[in-house]
Design a protein around this ligand. Structure first.
Ligand code: CP
Length: 297
């Protein structure tokens, strides 16, 4: 049994094995059944895609699922995060999927919680299964990851998707750039003006503004933002003909991407969501089976 907290804990060959397993499930390969197992999805922050795609993945694997509601739980009686997780651990459940606003919340749980944990997102830190589904989507499109160029655009500083993807995409041999408003940049993450890098990229990954993580208020005009840093008629014409548009969601239509282009032929946004099911099935199999079996190596 293991945990998935941070993709930095995984070698690239192990990550590629998880992607192979996800592709196997995507191709209709026989799914294992964990029919006696109970999964608890503990989302202390809002989520649509991650929370419910984990639930779909668990049900496809034959598991029972419990969806925790922070608003009707004993958190309202001042119970701590740790005691809440320890309570679910004490129920003898088989898997915990946790999202929390605190970066590296899992460090307070490691070694104290015996139930395997998959990180569904920690603050501005990590979103491992989002990065896995992003890699799967890119691999399906181009048949490879190595030597492809990607620009991640938007609120880089506050995005766990940007942080996880910047690391893992570099490690698998992609050329990774970040772009968007300078006030939301991270100088350690290969920042470059959008109009300069856009025509060079195979993958254009848009991010939303993470208002809930902003301590400082900056004036924000959605129309101006889209003109400078978004997908619109002008910027889409500057993309390579085979380039694809990605977004982890939720999308603020007509801010990051003009409404007309959210479902355009270059968009893989809903494909990403679909791949989330297979990646999460693979991640669950990984933690419940104690690794990858030989058929996926
Ligand atoms: N991509 C993502 O994490 O979306 P949700 O917040 O809806 O889970």
């Amino acid at each position: 049994m293991g945990n998935i907290f941070d993709l930095k804990d995984f070698s690239t060959s192990k990550i590629k094995s998880i992607l192979d397993m996800a592709q196997f499930f995507c191709d209709g390969g026989i799914t294992p059944t964990f029919s006696k197992k109970v999964a608890c999805n503990l989302f202390f922050e809002p989520s649509t895609r991650t929370q419910y795609s984990f639930q779909v993945a668990q049900e496809k694997l034959g598991m029972k699922t419990i969806t925790f509601s922070p608003f009707s739980s004993s958190l309202k009686k001042n119970e701590s995060f740790y005691d809440t997780v320890k309570t679910f651990d004490s129920f003898g459940t088989d898997l915990l999927v946790i999202r929390h606003s605190k970066n590296e919340y899992y460090k307070a749980l490691d070694e104290k919680i015996s139930t395997p944990i998959i990180n569904g997102g920690d603050g501005t830190g990590n979103h491992p299964t989002q990065s896995l589904l992003d890699l799967l989507t890119i691999q399906q499109e181009f048949g490879q990851l190595e030597d492809l160029s990607v620009v991640i655009v938007g609120d880089i500083a506050h995005s766990r998707v940007a942080h996880t993807n910047f690391d893992i995409m570099n490690r698998v041999g992609m050329h990774v750039y970040t772009s968007g408003p300078i006030e939301y940049s991270d100088s350690s993450m290969n920042f470059i003006p959008f109009s300069q890098i856009l025509p060079e990229c195979d993958v254009v990954m848009m991010l939303r503004m993470q208002y809930e993580r902003h301590f400082q208020h900056h004036e924000f005009n959605p129309v101006e933002y889209n003109q400078k840093y978004g997908i619109n008629h002008k910027s889409i014409a500057q993309m390579k003909s085979a380039a694809i548009i990605m977004h982890p969601g939720p999308v603020n239509r007509s801010v990051e991407i003009l409404d007309d282009f959210v479902e355009c032929k270059q968009s893989r946004i809903f494909k990403q969501i679909n791949n989330g099911i297979f990646v999460r099935m693979a991640a669950i199999k990984y933690v419940l089976s104690g690794g990858i079996d030989d058929s996926f190596n």
